[in-house]
Design a protein around this ligand. Structure first.
Ligand code: PLP
Length: 466
């Protein structure tokens, strides 16, 4: 793909506020209006937008979504995604994309990734029939759906995050980068990154909100033990958004030596595509395991959505199977009307954050509204652009669970199945309470058990009577 780096472009303030150091780039004093679909409020900001404004207005016609390339050659999913970044990053992102594309077809690289996923991570992860949970959702007449859990919690380091961290670390090595940075919310992506850096002998710096460091102390200790430097971030709400902003600033300043292992399907192109593809192993295994177990496909897939990587990892394989329902569950915090939640797809509006266009929690001036969730990994005001696309075309459904509902689900799975799930995962499990009564007998539901809950025990003890 020919990508020119010479176009000038206007960058929205939300990007500068969140991503660019004021020491290297003066902050832009003007105010930008919130993006409205079809408006000219945000002018083309990525090189691709500049070249083809028509594409920025892509409208997906009914039933045409299957034919769309996701992402297109400009890194967009319909109107979402793109590359809203300063020029200093364009070269690094272009280099990353071309390395990713060439390694995707490189058998040696694939073999190396698969070998590490098998012997170091412990893949494949089981597709587990949750017998007592299934019993719990049986109606008085004995009918109800069958619940299965995709056990990403059994991976080395305890979550799906390791899939992407392994592959990106190997990619960084191929690019000759010896310094790795990453952001983390719940600490799981930080631990996964610190782990692969230890495994491959790479220097590792993890940005983590100071508030998240307090609520995820075990993971901070793990990262340090693994040899990573954990840098506390005190700006904003000292949470995931702020950690991503600082990591992007670092990558702008150290573009030559450093690879940024972004942990979700967010950020500028090619990250949403790359992180999705590195997690797509979850859905591929699920398809194969479903055939083995019941000789068919799942009927419903359920996953929690923060940035959206575990959900996209499960959904991607089934995108074209229109008979498979895709359900993402966001964090409703204290409730959708409380103003204290992280339900971006449910309550957000279109804007630009961290280099991509997507749904965001923002106020009337286009300024980010700070999100809230008990669960650090879901506490993000944006969401991966492909989820915004799936929502708009109606391919996936998005709902939300409150803190209280998630804590109940956390306890329920622990007691019924002997599996302590991550608080993030518990949001997806909580939605079963609403979903299951509506499903017909024998419906096969797969919930992505994205992580284990050891990291959340301190938090859970505070809130649950155990
Ligand atoms: C176990 C677990 N599940 C889910 C998430 C949410 O992230 P994503 O939506 O990218 O899967 C996180 C984030 O760190 C996590 O640790």
């Amino acid at each position: 793909m020919a990508i020119s780096t010479s176009h000038s472009y206007r960058t929205p303030t939300s990007f500068f506020r969140c991503c660019v150091s004021s020491t290297t780039h003066p902050r832009i004093p003007f105010k930008i209006e919130k993006f409205q679909s079809g408006s000219s409020a945000i002018k083309p900001a990525s090189i691709s937008f500049v070249k083809n404004t028509e594409l920025a207005q892509v409208e997906v016609k009914e039933n045409k979504w299957k034919e769309l390339q996701r992402p297109d050659s400009f890194g967009r999913f319909g109107k979402f995604g793109g590359k809203f970044v300063p020029e200093t990053l364009i070269y690094a992102l272009t280099e990353l994309e071309s390395a990713f594309r060439s390694l995707a077809g490189d058998e040696e690289f694939q073999k190396e990734v698969d070998g590490i996923l098998r012997d170091f991570v412990g893949r494949e992860s089981p597709l587990y029939f949750a017998e007592r949970l299934t019993e719990h959702y049986k109606r008085p007449d004995g009918e109800g759906p069958h619940i299965y859990l995709k056990r990403e919690d059994l991976n080395h380091t305890g979550s799906h995050n390791i899939n992407n961290a392994v592959a990106q670390a190997l990619l960084a090595k191929r690019l000759g980068k010896k310094r790795i940075i990453a952001e983390t919310g719940a600490g799981q992506h930080g631990v996964a990154t610190a782990t692969v850096c230890a495994r491959f002998g790479l220097q590792c710096v993890i940005y983590m909100g100071a508030q998240d460091m307090e609520r995820q102390t075990f993971n901070v200790i793990k990262m340090k033990l693994l040899g990573a430097e954990v840098r506390p971030v005190h700006s904003g709400t000292s949470a995931l958004k702020d950690a991503i902003s600082d990591a992007i600033r670092d990558s702008v300043a150290n573009v030559e030596s450093t690879h940024y292992i972004l942990g979700s399907v967010a950020g500028p192109h090619p990250y949403p595509m790359m992180v999705r593809d590195f997690n797509a192993v979850i859905g591929k295994e699920t398809r194969r395991q479903a055939i083995e177990k019941w000789g068919g496909k799942p009927d419903v897939l359920v996953a929690c959505v923060g940035g959206g990587s575990n959900a996209m990892g499960l959904f991607h394989e089934f995108f074209d199977d229109a008979d498979v329902r895709l359900i993402g569950v966001e964090a409703a915090g204290f409730g959708l009307d409380s103003g204290k939640h992280a339900a971006t797809l449910t309550k957000g509006e279109v804007g630009v954050l961290h280099g991509a266009m997507s749904y965001l929690l923002q106020d009337d001036d286009g300024q980010i509204v700070e999100p809230y969730s008990l669960s650090a990994g879901l506490d993000y005001p944006g969401v991966g652009p492909e989820h915004s696309f799936l929502k708009d075309i109606g391919r996936a459904e998005y709902y939300s669970s409150t803190d209280e509902e998630a804590l109940e689900a956390f306890k329920r799975l622990s007691r019924l199945e002997g599996i302590i799930p991550a608080l993030e995962t518990s949001h997806a499990l909580a939605y079963l309470e609403k979903l299951c009564p509506m499903l017909s007998n024998g419906t096969k539901v797969v919930v992505n058990c994205s992580g284990r809950g050891d990291k959340d025990l301190q938090m859970a003890i505070k809130h649950l009577e155990v």
